[in-house]
Structures are given as C-alpha cells and as structure tokens.
Design a protein around this ligand. Structure first.
Ligand code: PEP
Ligand code: MN
Length: 449
C-alpha cells in the first residue's frame, strides 16, 4: 500500500476553504459533518495512487490519438440501484461499446465508468416546487433523499459515509466483473444473449462473430490470450462535494504527492469551474488525472487559464477537457478553444460529452434529449478536431445497461409518448442499452476515417 491516512489539516489541500465553493449543500449540523469528515479521513482509500498514474498514461495516449477514451454511466447513481444486476448491465454495455470501437477503429479503448462515486449533482435551482410546496432540491444520494418530503430533502452528512461504503461495494463488483470470466473477450456473444431482435443487436452479433473468428485463428496459431481475459477499468465522478473529496485525499508515501483516492479520475463540472473558485484550487493540488467540463460560453482565455492552472507542468494525460457545447454550437464554439490550447502547447486530452448541451423538455414535460442531436454533436466534435489537426480523444456519455426510455429516437424510435413507458432517471436522461450500442457503431465509423 502506498498511501497514508491524513488526519488534521494541510495548508495546501485546505486552501480551498478560503475560496468560494458553489453548489455545496447547507448541512444542518456542522459538528456532525466534522465527525463524518474525520471518519472518512481515517478510512481506506478506494483507489491507490499507482492506478491513477496508470490512467494518466492511458489518457496521455488518448490525447496523442493512440487510444480512445470511453467514459460512461448514470447521470446520478443511486444507493438503491447499487446492486449486482444493474452494475453488471452497465459494465456489459460499456464492454460491448468498447468492443465495437476497438473492432471498428482498430484502436485501444480506455474504459471508464461514471460509477462508484457519482452521487452528487449540481442543480440550477436550490429549491424545487411541486403543487405549491417548495422544498430543497435533490442534490444526489450523497447529500439528501429524492422523495419529495421535508425530511428526505434535509442534507444528511451520514450520507457521505454511505456514499463511500456503497462506492467501495460497487467498485468491488465492477472489479469482479472486469477481471473475472465475465469480461473474457471469448464471451462477446454471451453479452448479447437475449437482445437479438433489433438492428443494433443484430449488427453487434455480426461484429462478435468476426471477433470470434479472429480469436479462433489466433488460437490455431498458438497465440497467448492473457490480454483477452481481463479488462482494465477505471472509475470516475464529478468532484463536487469538497468535504467528501478532501477527506478521501491522501499523500502518496513514495512521492509526497496528494491523490484524491475516491476515484481514479475526477472532473470539475461546468457550473463549478470558476478560475478563482474552490473546485479549481482543490483539484489543482491533487495528482490524479482530472477533467473540466467546458460549455458553449467558455472563452479561449478561460480555457487557457484553466489549462495553465490545472496542468502547470504540461504533463500529458493530466488534464482532459470534456466539451459539452450542444449540437447547434459545437462547430462554432469549439474551434477557438481547440486552436488557442494547441497554440499554447499545453497538452490536453479532448473528449466530447454530447449529452449536456442537448437537453430539452418534451411536449409531455419530460427532460429528454434527441438521439440525433447527441450523434450530431459527436460528429461536429470530430469535424472540428480534424479541421484543426488536433485529436478527438474520447466520448463521455450518460448511459444505463437497462431498457429505459429516456432519450428520444434511435432505431427503436422512442417518441414523446414512449418516454412514459420506462423513464427512471432521477436527474438527466440516459442512452439505453441499445442506443448505447448504436452510438458506438457510429463513433467507430467516425474514428476510422
Ligand atoms: C453531469 O455530467 O451530469 C453534469 C452536470 O454536467 P455539466 O457539468 O457538464 O453540466
Ligand atoms: Mn447529467
């Protein structure tokens, strides 16, 4: 083990406390929060520094165009759904997408879940009103409950401990599925079992058959299959609740560097990326690979200053910019950022999040997205990078392994009336299993060119 636990304070790591931190819960009881922070600070890390370092080198490869990042999972995980079935379905979806991308584009795929810690959400309003009743907004299971009652909506610091424990249990299951027999590439057909009727699954089945044939060929040649048996998988979440992230930060005994051991990769959201804010300061002080979401109002100067502050030493793989511009904006808003960063020479891995700039309300009142808009943003992202001579390094999507109906369109042609059938998300709409595979086939084609 290469970490030490770190009770007490640290002038550098605690500097963020002197700055403005947006989107933090108002905890009702500071003493209870303090006790929880001490318990978390004395807890075992969820990930070790060496694994975060490995991910940094993978993201460096993605930044150079030698690999492609696939990052996916729920908008908000929930405690209630942290069970083996749901986790396995998500892992299977990500593995199937990765197979499609690797096979279609002959490109190594870095696999990362928005999983095992994605329990806190920034909200556009502090309150929610229903039928004339106003309560605090739901901020994710790490903070309060989703039920629309005054009791549930009070932030409870005990939930930070629960988030840590459920993240640990989730990561344990993720590891079991990605290193046990389930992820063995010879199972490519198994992952599709029971889903054969619609077009994306039939297409997947053909890809799986080609992979099968290639494996049998290599087998006949006497090739060694160790690399096919297990999958390297990383976990990530938005670093939003700074008391949680700080309490899980440890110094690496090898180097003295600080690592946020709550995940391999942390990102700063579009709403908390202020240059002089607490989130940028805190994340600038941990050695993990980190990301920042950039929306359509980002100026080249802000992007450059973020790059300078978050990656002052110009380390490849350290900083990922996750752009979420909207399909209608990406072709205009992205080029100036990409060009400014390229000119400055700071290494950045560019990833597209085609979900968050494309959220709409359907006529029937559901928060949704159109599959075609999502695809169009990815297409625009590739076009911009190809024109600028920069590298489209990855895809960040909200998805689930289940057959929900939250995003409009796809080959099942989910329409407004169809949304009601199985709309389950507590926050943002996710691609379902089939839409996720369709997306992967399209992105594989964009990558191939
Ligand atoms: C999210 O990833 O769920 C999110 C809130 O994104 P953004 O910060 O880009 O709005
Ligand atoms: Mn979201």
């Amino acid at each position: 083990m290469t970490t030490t636990s770190e009770p007490g304070t640290d002038a550098g790591l605690d500097h963020f406390r002197t700055l403005v931190a947006l989107q933090q819960p108002t905890w009702p009881d500071e003493a209870a929060l303090g006790a929880v922070r001490d318990r978390l600070a004395a807890s075992a890390p969820l990930v070790v520094p060496a694994a975060a370092d490995t991910l940094r080198s993978r993201l460096a490869a993605a930044g150079r165009g030698e690999a492609f990042l696939l990052q996916g999972g729920d908008c908000a995980e929930t405690f209630a759904e942290a069970n083996a079935d749901r986790i396995r379905n998500k892992i299977r979806t990500i593995l199937q997408m990765a197979v499609i991308l690797t096979h279609g584009a002959s490109m190594p795929v870095v696999k990362m879940g928005r999983m095992a810690g994605q329990y806190a959400k920034p909200r556009s309003s502090d309150t929610e009103t229903r039928d004339g009743v106003t309560l605090p907004a739901y901020r994710g299971d790490m903070i309060n409950g989703h039920a629309f009652t005054p009791e549930a909506r009070v932030p409870d610091p005990e939930r930070l401990v629960q988030a840590y424990q459920i993240s640990a249990a989730t990561w344990n299951v993720v590891r079991a599925f990605t290193t046990g027999g389930f992820a063995d590439l010879r199972q490519v057909h198994e992952w599709n079992r029971g889903f054969m009727r619609n077009p994306a699954y039939a297409r997947y089945e053909r890809t799986a058959s080609e992979i099968d044939r290639a494996i049998r060929f290599m087998d006949a040649c006497g090739a060694d299959f160790d690399a096919l048996r297990t999958v390297e998988f990383f976990v990530s979440h938005e670093a939003l609740v700074l008391d949680y992230e700080r309490a899980l930060t440890r110094r690496d005994t090898r180097t003295g560097d600080a690592y946020d051991t709550s995940a391999h990769f942390l990102w700063i959201g579009e709403r908390t990326r202020q240059l002089d804010g607490a989130h940028v300061d805190f994340l600038s002080r941990v050695a993990n690979p980190i990301g920042v979401k950039l929306g359509p109002t980002t100026t080249p100067d802000v992007a450059l200053e973020l790059a300078r502050r978050l990656n002052p030493d110009g380390v490849e793989g350290r900083l990922t910019f996750i752009t979420r511009m909207g399909a209608g904006n990406v072709r205009d808003a992205l080029p100036p950022l990409v060009e400014a960063v390229a000119r400055a020479g700071v290494p950045v891995t560019w990833v597209t999040d085609p979900m968050h700039g494309n959220t709409i309300t359907s006529a029937s009142g559901y928060k949704t997205r159109r599959f075609d808009d999502v695809l169009d943003e990815v297409r625009g992202f590739f076009e911009v990078h190809r024109a600028a001579g920069t590298v489209p390094g990855g895809l960040h999507v909200e998805l689930t392994g289940d057959d929900v109906t939250e995003v409009l369109g796809g080959s099942e042609e989910i329409d407004d009336a169809g949304l009601a059938l199985r709309y389950e998300t507590l926050v943002d709409p996710r691609l379902n299993h089939q839409q996720s595979l369709e997306m992967a086939f399209q992105v594989a084609e964009m990558l191939r060119r």
